[in-house]
Design a protein around this ligand. Structure first.
Ligand SMILES: [Zn+2]
Ligand SMILES: [Zn+2]
Length: 98
């Protein structure tokens, strides 16, 4: 999974580590923020770039998720367009009629 900081767009490196409340240090990007020691799921991830240090929602680091949501919205728009479209221009309704 390719993650980037939502603010500075820098990807985290494989050897970056974040510390958990339990004292464990681990890479948030191995198991979507889940601590391998205590199992706590870290909802926020701090960017370790010295000039960024932005603390953002961990899931916002995954651009494909955002893209998928955008695509999903497009699909929903298309569906609501088809539902409102006149019968002759509506392939879904046409199938129903037959
Ligand atoms: Zn950053
Ligand atoms: Zn922990």
């Amino acid at each position: 999974m390719s993650a980037i900081c939502p603010d500075c767009k820098t990807p985290p490196t494989d050897h970056q580590e974040w510390s958990c409340f339990c004292g464990e240090r681990f890479n948030h990007f191995v198991n979507i923020g889940k601590c391998p020691h205590c199992g706590y799921i870290h909802e926020f991830t701090e960017c370790l770039q010295p000039d960024c240090k932005s603390i953002t929602l961990h899931l916002n680091w995954y651009p494909p998720v955002t893209e998928n949501v955008k695509n999903l919205k497009t699909d929903l728009n298309l569906i609501s367009y088809l539902e409102k479209a006149p019968l002759s221009k509506n392939p879904i309704r046409k199938l129903d009629v037959e």
